[in-house]
Design a protein. Structure first.
Length: 121
């Protein structure tokens, strides 16, 4: 029997066809997985952008408050609506003030810091 008999060549061609079909099916599944992953990434980005804008605005509000004097901080102690946010300022000792910027709707804390404002000598 010869090595390259017609029946052996047909069997080899059939095997190559099956292997090619399996490879195409695997590539299809991988492509579908990549499309699904891309869709999830886009959904996540759409949720992050508004949150990022909110944090940037809260940072601007907190930066403005950080420039206040001790007297301003004392005058605005407690919860005050400032720039679309609720700010909470409370004295934490003789020279420290805790400042938190919260979402005005949900009340969740977005940013916070502690400011040092010593008493005048």
């Amino acid at each position: 029997m010869h090595r390259n008999s017609p029946s052996r060549r047909r069997a080899r061609r059939g095997t190559i066809l099956i292997e090619t079909l399996i490879a195409l099916v695997l590539l299809g599944f991988m492509g579908a997985g990549m499309v699904s992953l891309l869709a999830q990434t886009l959904d996540a980005l759409h949720g992050v952008r508004p949150r990022e804008a909110e944090i940037v605005n809260a940072a601007a509000t907190l930066s403005a408050i950080a420039a206040w004097s001790r007297q301003d901080l004392e005058a605005h102690a407690g919860r005050v609506r400032t720039g679309g946010f609720v700010t909470e300022i409370r004295a934490d000792g003789p020279s420290l003030f805790d400042v938190a910027v919260r979402d005005s709707l949900a009340g969740r804390e977005l940013l916070s810091t502690t400011l040092y404002r010593p008493e005048a000598p």
